[in-house]
Write a protein that binds this ligand. Sequence first.
Ligand code: HEM
Length: 106
Amino acid sequence: ADLEKDMDTLKDGLSTVKKTDDAQEMQTALGKMRQAAEDAKKSTPEKLEGQPADSAQIKDFHAGLDSLIAQIDVVDQLAKANKLDEAKTEAKKLEDIRNANHKKFR
Ligand code: HEM
């Protein structure tokens, strides 16, 4: 899928994670977010077009997505333990990661 589509999937997933009071629904949304973040690594942001795959900026882009995936897993563990309030608190960090990376790559 293209990067915009993956980003839209992340957006929909995050909105569900923030809203839902159902641990199963939260986990399903996180699973879709995780897949989209993995898939996004196959794309090159417009800003970085023409950069070699081993350039520092492309590596930094991948690292940003890996940090998002790591935090998705933190939220998922809490959802799995049915700790939805804690999961939502940790989900705020997904927005921090988004904002920091959008500043760099969007
Ligand atoms: C939960 C986290 C995130 C959400 C909800 C999110 C959401 C979005 C949305 C809605 C767009 C606009 C898509 C469109 O044009 O239709 C976008 C664009 C973009 N995002 Fe994210 N994003 C997230 C995390 C990240 C991360 C971690 C990175 C990089 C490591 C990133 C990189 C980008 C880039 C590069 C674009 C512009 C697309 C392009 O250059 O082709 N995003 N994002």
